[in-house]
Ligand binder design. Structure first.
Ligand code: UDX
Length: 442
């Protein structure tokens, strides 16, 4: 059976390595981070992802999954190499490909036999070509046979294992029959459409998909603003739209906007790519602008009720960029905290899974910040409670107890996840986004 290597043990890399091991392949995961590799070797994922630790332990126990810092050996011993390293944003929105380039050079130096190099990291169009060019340049006339292909991931954090094993589609961007055969064989047991394209098309599919989903979110947030003006309910509007199969209800949840390591970065990168190609990017720019404005709207809701925010204790429930993850990268909650700190608020934050990442990000950054161990501790003495992540357990809180603990019973529901009517009956002043501009939902 073909031996696989996955370079880069971030979210995508660990899920890819563990899932392929779960499918029976022998997989080596490579990274430079010694501590991370130690954790992985003990079967402990370095981040929270449902179902991942079971797969990881299963792969290790069956001697199918290995982790190493020895990049050279791992490359030499593998036939298919997945590149899953980070591709962060640069100041101008374009993509920093330093890590991808470094991996390409490393592979070039260890090309002892045929290798298929597969790009999984989200990269600008033309990256596969650059990898190929670099490897050829380094190896000169004696370059062994190799292929470069693109196989974008569509993994959502919180359901990444399920998304890997049961995808809506698999996209294979190839420019050789050999690469196509190997990749199709790897995915032969998947019960979904497998789309084979040229490499540029595959690279575009990833960006176009993420930018489209981000556009859906910004679109419904624009509709939410409209609902506020005319007294309509955006969640019902989304339901009404979503029954149309051409639209569908997914990614039409209005609220605090999108965050995470993908959408904000990918929208900016796609915009930068389009601009470089001389294409009018106003549509994509608007997606980003609407998203940025969501946080100001939440601050405005607080000011509408509290009047002056300075010195008030505002507790933020939910710090992860969405539920079922401990990831706080580009989290709307972090952006809100920064704005509240500028206004001189006392901030207290709580998240069921992300507190160690929150502490790592925020400790020492702001003077007036505290970290709670429970939602009730966060509520104690608070002037307002803002819900920023749609954790299901927040819906089951004892709101009567919360109200008794708070200084003033104000709730801002940044995710449209709570029952406004019930909360009002309990005596809260409830505020949502896109619920008719009234302070409370009717
Ligand atoms: C995304 C893509 O969905 C995935 O296919 C890709 O490979 C990686 O990027 P992820 O970043 O894990 O996945 O999260 P996703 O579930 O897409 O949510 C992104 C953000 O949008 C979150 O902050 C979420 O809260 C927000 N969101 C999502 C909304 O605000 N409204 C919605 O209706 C859906």
């Amino acid at each position: 059976m073909v031996r696989l290597c996955v370079v880069g043990m971030g979210h995508v890399g660990v899920v890819t390595a563990s899932c392929f091991a779960g499918l029976g392949y022998s997989v080596t995961g490579v990274d430079k981070d010694h501590d991370k590799l130690m954790l992985l070797s003990q079967g402990k994922p370095p981040f929270f992802e449902p179902g991942l630790s079971e797969l990881l332990r299963g792969g290790i126990d069956k001697d199918l999954l290995f982790f190493t810092e020895d990049f050279d050996e791992a490359i030499k011993a593998s036939e298919v190499i997945f590149i899953c390293v980070g591709t962060p944003s640069l100041e101008d929105g374009s993509v920093d490909l330093t890590q991808v380039e470094e991996v390409a050079r490393g592979i070039a130096a260890n090309l002892n036999d045929y290798k298929l190099i597969v790009g999984k990291s989200t990269v600008p169009v033309g990256t596969a070509k650059k990898i190929k060019q670099t490897i050829k340049l380094i190896n000169g006339d004696n370059c062994p046979d190799f292929d470069v292909s693109s196989n974008p991931e569509f993994l959502k954090e919180g359901s990444a294992v399920n998304d890997f094993l049961f995808p809506d589609r698999v996209v294979l961007g190839v420019d050789s029959k050999r690469a196509e055969i190997i990749l199709k064989d790897l995915y032969r047991d998947f019960d979904c459409p497998v789309l084979t394209t040229d490499i540029a098309t595959s690279e575009i599919i990833k960006y176009a998909s993420n930018a489209f989903l981000a556009m859906k979110i910004s679109y419904i947030n624009l509709v939410a603003d409209m609902c506020d003006k005319v007294g309509a309910n955006v969640h019902h509007v989304a339901d009404g739209m979503g029954y149309d199969r051409r639209i569908n209800r997914e990614f039409l949840s209005a609220g605090a906007g999108y965050g995470g390591s993908c959408f904000p970065k990918d929208v900016k990168a796609f915009t930068s790519l389009a601009a470089d190609l001389g294409i009018n990017v106003s549509l994509l720019r608007e997606v980003d602008r609407i998203n940025e404005k969501r946080i100001c709207l939440i601050v405005k809701r607080l000011e509408d009720t509290l009047w002056v925010c300075k010195d008030k204790k505002i507790s933020v429930l939910g710090m992860a960029f969405k539920c079922n993850t401990d990831d706080v990268r580009e989290s709307p909650a972090l952006k809100l905290i920064s704005k509240l700190a500028d206004k001189g608020c006392q901030i207290c934050c709580y998240d069921p899974k992300a507190m160690s990442n929150v502490r790592a990000q925020l400790n020492g950054l702001y003077e007036l910040i505290s970290f709670a161990e429970s939602p009730y501790e966060a509520a104690r003495g608070a002037d307002a409670l803002v819900f920023m992540t749609d954790w299901p357990e927040f819906g089951k809180l004892d709101f009567l107890k919360i109200k008794e603990l708070m200084r003033s019973p104000i709730i801002v529901d940044g995710r449209g996840m709570l029952h406004a009517h019930d909360l009002e009956e309990t005596g809260f002043l409830y505020q949502g986004l896109g619920l008719g501009g009234r302070l409370s939902c009717q």
